[in-house]
Design a protein. Structure first.
Length: 127
């Protein structure tokens, strides 16, 4: 779990807030975030530091230390939600829990009566 870099830059030190009663120097609660992503398509973009929804299969893999997979609706680019299939493998590295996810956007072609996938992968990490 970590904060976005911009949240870290905006934080105020305790020394700066000590003379102003009621002003807090605390950061927002840390979230499970994307560390990096690789895509073989331009169909969707996964930005670094994008938070992972707490109800997602990715988050479930992180919390339970168990492999998860299945379809779910995700808003990866922060604009429009879409249906994805994901396989999520949790692992520990240097004392931090991480999840590597293979994600494919599900595209239904009703004319051809088939489902296609656009693949991408990335790592969500906790600090």
């Amino acid at each position: 779990m970590n904060n976005k870099p911009c949240e870290m830059r905006k934080s105020t030190s305790a020394a700066q807030t000590s003379f102003l009663p009621g002003l807090s120097s605390s950061l927002p609660a840390p979230k499970l975030r994307i560390e990096w992503a690789i895509s073989n398509t331009r169909e969707f973009f996964i930005p670094a530091y994008k938070s992972v929804d707490e109800t997602s299969l990715i988050s479930l893999a992180w919390r339970s230390s168990a492999i998860t997979q299945g379809q779910e609706i995700l808003s990866l680019d922060g604009r429009q939600a879409a249906t994805f299939y994901s396989e999520n493998l949790p692992f520990d590295l240097d004392g931090n829990r991480k999840v590597i996810s293979l994600i494919g956007k599900i595209v239904v072609d009703e004319r051809a009566h088939q489902t296609n996938f656009s693949e991408s992968s990335g790592v969500a990490k906790s600090l």
